[in-house]
Design a protein around this ligand. Sequence first.
Ligand SMILES: Cc1cc2nc3c(=O)[nH]c(=O)nc-3n(C[C@H](O)[C@H](O)[C@H](O)COP(=O)(O)OP(=O)(O)OC[C@H]3O[C@@H](n4cnc5c(N)ncnc54)[C@H](O)[C@@H]3O)c2cc1C
Length: 301
Amino acid sequence: MQQVISELLNGSFGEVKLQEPLAPYTTWKIGGPADCLLIPRDKDQLIRAVKLLHERQVPWTVIGRGSNMLVADKGIRGVVIKLGDALNAVRIEGESVIAGGAYSFIKLSVIAGKEGLTGLEFAGGIPGTVGGAVYMNAGAHGSDVSRILQRAEVLLPTGELATYHNEDLAYAYRHSILQTKQGIVTEAEFRLRHGDRKEIAAALAAYKDRRLRTQPLQLACAGSVFRNPEGHHAAKLIEEAGLKGLRVGGAQVSPLHANFIVNTGQATAHDVLTLIEQIIAEIQARFGVKLVPEVLVVGER
Ligand SMILES: Cc1cc2nc3c(=O)[nH]c(=O)nc-3n(C[C@H](O)[C@H](O)[C@H](O)COP(=O)(O)OP(=O)(O)OC[C@H]3O[C@@H](n4cnc5c(N)ncnc54)[C@H](O)[C@@H]3O)c2cc1C
């Protein structure tokens, strides 16, 4: 690890930060340090860095906006790669919107709407990156990435670039093949349709209004904590079990939205994980339903 760190520091690989606390890089504002955080300045630096890590057999983790991640209190070993401005471009070709892996998914929905392209309205309140959305098959309001993704350019751990078409990604509810086969989404192409600008703007506004009313957006959180079990709504089960407002340390089940856990200020990953375990046990005991987290727990506990 020490050798690779000096190679990263001395070569031209982008910004390198050692023992960098990761809490500020996540929407939950929770998590210990990365041994090394690397922010490549362009795609070439990213590719060379991944090749180097492959050769040196150093583990790496990619982070987008950190809006679906719980970073453990001891942090993440190895190198954490954040795409930063490197892959933050967007272009429109006919009915296709093509964006870099680091591009904001919310901004993408706004840009598409202004161009009169419909299909991305569901993304208007999903505060992650394009790469994170492709990885998670992010979705809302009855749609998700799998419905519009044409292809993704993926950097493989060997440093080669591959093209994954929609059918290669094995999409299912909040699932893609990238969750079992490591890679970095560097670019994605979404196939939209021409629509009515006013209708698109109205849908975006309505979704935004609903989120503002129903989600604790002024507090640090990571969206829905649990996946919806087949035939159930996780939020409804948690609310019916009377768990809204339940606290462990600085972590609390949001009194506004039962499937959100908010960081009331000083929450640790341990607080959140303990609360998650308590919720799972209570819902299992009351309803015989096993809740499965949607948020991803990464790092050393
Ligand atoms: C207020 C709020 C509301 C939310 N609402 C929704 C919602 O309605 N629907 C929904 O689906 N989600 C929702 N989320 C969760 C989250 O925004 C999505 O899962 C989002 O797609 C995660 O993107 P990210 O860039 O933050 O990924 P991160 O949290 O940074 O990472 C998530 C996973 O993706 C991987 N990843 C990140 N970037 C890349 C890349 N370039 N290439 C490959 N892998 C990558 C990471 O390694 C990690 O495993 C919400 C979150 C918040 C805070």
